[in-house]
Design a binder for this molecule. Sequence first.
Ligand code: PGA
Length: 259
Amino acid sequence: MLTATSPAPAPRGATESRLVVQVLPDAAAVARRAADLVAELLLAGGLRTFGVATGSTPSPVYAELAARGLPGWDGVRLFALDEYVGLPAGHPESYRAVIEREAAGPLGVPLDQVHVPDGTADDPRAAADAYEAALAAAGGADVQLLGIGANGHIGFNEPGSPLGSRTRVVDLDERTRADNARFFDSPAQVPHHAVTQGVATIGTARRHLLLATGAAKAEAVRAALEGPVGPACPASAVRLFTDVHVLLDTAAASLLTRA
Ligand code: PGA
């Protein structure tokens, strides 16, 4: 794995940051609450750049937002967390295709305002650097939606990813490849590499919504919120971020001792 790094974010100070954990009855309630928080920001004029995530957990949030018919999406830019390396352009499971289909289309965000790392580039490392620069030039995300992997990843920052990591090319864990095989015709078709925003890149967003549902995420959620902050569980870095809402269903929260 490449290790593009910068200093890890400073620890949260008690006065200048907050991390709120909310446990909701089920996945639908998690999606509704996440949509409430994003909608509030949009309607207040504070959502110019929306950090979007792919996966079964974030997807219903876009559907929920689209169903509300809110004005203003045509002025919002979407920045994806990550992209597979090596899928052909237009592949339906490329994250560009997923974000266009599940988020931009239903919300009414023009496709030229959709930013996803270029997983088809001849030089994926240069594409990663260009993406980091584009996100920085946009001023970072106003809010970043995040799922969490069963192995504790955020984006495709697999366990071992430095907390100071920036956008880079990574190897995908076998666990992640197996988890994502459901989106492909066969497990062998899941790419081995991806471009992902680094942990520190994700930390540049002004707010974060971390969503987890289902018992399969319970151990990762426990490690992220109650285990040591460090590369063994990249999602633990949210405890270093400034303004974080963690939205869980009861199954995903079931191993927490302090929620
Ligand atoms: P999932 O993926 O929502 O499809 O479980 C989340 C993630 O791996 O970040």
